[in-house]
Design a protein around this ligand. Structure first.
Ligand SMILES: Cc1cc2nc3c(=O)[nH]c(=O)nc-3n(C[C@H](O)[C@H](O)[C@H](O)COP(=O)(O)OP(=O)(O)OC[C@H]3O[C@@H](n4cnc5c(N)ncnc54)[C@H](O)[C@@H]3O)c2cc1C
Length: 230
């Protein structure tokens, strides 16, 4: 699918965690994408200068001509703090869709592993109505307040018996009753032994590298591991 330069208009913005926004943009009617792809946005800074940053599309294709994003305001970051101030109606120039982080074989079992806003491309894949395989989503975050789309994912898992969702927190309150630890810890507890699947990893580089190593230690060949590093 070819990419295009397009203008998108912010139509909705919702804070879904302490530093994370769910953003809805209206895009031109001819815009198409494959779940897992991203848009490269022009972010205009206060002094009028411009930075380009990539953001994974977090919505399914059926939402077009709207697309959604899940964007973290990175503390001290050069561009992302602009999303905090961005007002409804703002036009953002972008190039997209870009990227190859898409399901290699949509019929094969897929294990999605994400921390933080790394959940974005997987939400798009999960909301893709043409997706028809067994899918697992293992999601990691620090605190209770960092859980993203938790209720939506739980409900998806209730509605679709082929989708399995588990989250884990590394620094929850003592009273937290869910899983405690790192997303790698879920590999042994949540996936059936001998599972034949493709593994998709998305998040910041430390996490992706350590999960990749954990998978390889469990005998998963590198050819079945696909990564998107933020
Ligand atoms: C293909 C691709 C898709 C991306 N999709 C998303 C997305 O859907 N949502 C999103 O929030 N970001 C996403 N990013 C990251 C995004 O492009 C920016 O890097 C991020 O917004 C920080 O930009 P900045 O200018 O504020 O920070 P900079 O001043 O450029 O500082 C970068 C620092 O922020 C860290 N960082 C970058 N992204 C994150 C993050 N999400 N959480 C924690 N730390 C981070 C980097 O590791 C680095 O240390 C994606 C990156 C790539 C390459």
């Amino acid at each position: 699918m070819g990419s295009m330069i397009f203008s998108s208009r912010l139509v909705k913005k919702e804070r879904i965690a302490s530093q994370v926004y769910h953003l809805v943009f209206e895009v031109p009617p001819e815009f198409r994408f494959t779940p897992g792809q991203f848009a490269l946005m022009d972010i205009i800074l206060e002094d009028g200068s411009k930075l380009k940053r990539a953001y994974s599309i977090a919505s399914g294709p059926s939402l077009l001509p709207k697309i959604e994003f899940c964007i973290k305001i990175v503390e001290g970051g050069a561009a992302s703090p602009q999303f905090e101030k961005m007002e409804i109606g703002t036009e953002v120039k972008s190039v997209g869709p870009l990227g190859n982080f898409i399901r290699k074989d949509p019929a094969r079992t897929a294990v999605f592993i994400a921390t933080g806003t790394g959940i974005a491309p997987f939400r798009s894949m999960l909301l893709d109505k043409s997706a028809a395989s067994e899918m697992y989503l293992l999601f990691g975050a620090r605190y209770e307040t960092d859980l993203l789309y938790e209720e939506e994912m739980q409900q998806l898992a209730v509605r679709d018996s082929r989708f399995h969702y588990t989250s884990i927190l590394s620094r929850p309150k003592d009273t937290y009753e869910g899983n405690k630890g790192y997303v790698q810890d879920l590999l042994d507890t949540e996936l059936p032994a001998g599972l034949d699947a493709d593994y998709y990893l998305c998040g910041i580089s430390n996490m992706v590298e350590s999960v990749k190593m954990a998978l390889e230690q469990r005998g998963i060949p590198a050819t079945k591991i696909f990564c998107e590093i933020y």
